[in-house]
Design a protein around this ligand. Structure first.
Ligand code: ATP
Ligand code: MG
Length: 262
């Protein structure tokens, strides 16, 4: 049986600063979950602990009964910045990940896999170009291909569309959705964009403001799929969910400001 990814009582301190405290959620296989919250609340901290890039101070992350404490090939990560190696072509950047994840494949087999994923994200024609020659959106597509070539169970996305203009952002949101609908990998997306979270997710986990950030609201997004962003504002259920998220975020900003003033 495939078990959920479990984050249990996750606490992370940086010196005396308790950034996240007792954060717990279970993410069932195939779910698209977003972590949403104000800037600095601890979203990236949680995601990077799931990615194994940081260690929890207490509690932690369990996958298939095993605690996560290092990065693994079962988790593909995409950050806000594509962070491709600038001296390597798109294909070679993706090849680095393919060689790690599929060491038993022949070099030709690894290259085929890379070309398959570069094709899936729509950038085959740029395979032999250097990152600096490509737009930010194309670079981010390559970063997504680099994560996908691992054929990971989990896709961990930390504001992957944050640096893109709105049209490119929409295109890449649709790409991620299309890929998710094809293979139903578990996706965990960090964002502070309410509409993005509502458009993409099955569930939105809202974090309270730090210090001691935790789960403030766990909201099921029951909107039917496929979703249409162009008419979202006419959908009463969409507007209800949007209102609930905004009320939560506003309440927490005020609470935070009051605590600071006290
Ligand atoms: N390496 C670190 N050392 C000290 N403090 C840190 C470190 N990393 C994060 N923090 C602190 O932990 C808190 C949570 O940071 P984090 O980056 O996880 O927030 P975030 O929700 O991802 O913010 P943003 O939306 O701006 O990306 C912040 O107060 C931040 O200053
Ligand atoms: Mg962050």
């Amino acid at each position: 049986m495939i078990r959920p990814l479990e984050i249990t009582s996750l606490t992370k301190t940086f010196g005396p600063h308790v950034a996240v405290k007792d954060f717990s959620i279970k993410v069932p296989p195939g779910e698209f979950v977003s972590l949403l919250g104000h800037s600095g609340c601890g979203k990236s901290t949680v995601l990077s602990i799931v990615a194994g890039l940081q260690q929890a101070t207490f509690g932690g992350v369990v996958i298939d009964g095993v605690e996560v404490d290092t990065p693994g090939l079962d988790r593909g990560v995409v950050f806000q910045s594509p962070s491709l190696l600038p001296w390597m072509t798109a294909l070679d950047n993706v090849m680095l990940a393919a060689c790690q994840a599929h060491p038993k494949q022949t070099p030709a087999g690894q290259k085929d896999l890379c070309l398959k994923y570069l094709g899936l994200v729509g950038v085959s024609e740029f395979a032999h170009q250097l990152p600096a020659e490509l737009s930010q959106g194309t670079q981010q597509r390559i970063a997504i291909a680099r994560a996908l070539v691992l054929e990971p169970r989990f896709l961990l996305l930390d504001e992957p569309f944050g640096m893109l203009d709105s049209m490119t952002r929409f295109e890449l949101q649709d790409l991620v959705l299309e890929l998710w609908e094809k293979d139903r990998r578990t996706v965990m997306l960090v964002t502070h964009d309410i509409d993005e979270a509502l458009y993409l997710s099955d569930r939105i986990v809202l974090m309270t403001d730090g210090p001691e950030a935790r789960v403030g609201l766990d909201l099921a997004v029951t909107l039917p799929r496929p979703r249409d962003r162009s008419v979202a504002n006419e959908n009463p259920e969409y507007m209800r969910l949007r209102g609930e998220v905004i009320r939560f975020l506003e309440h927490h900003s005020k609470q935070f400001a009051n605590e600071r003033a006290a």
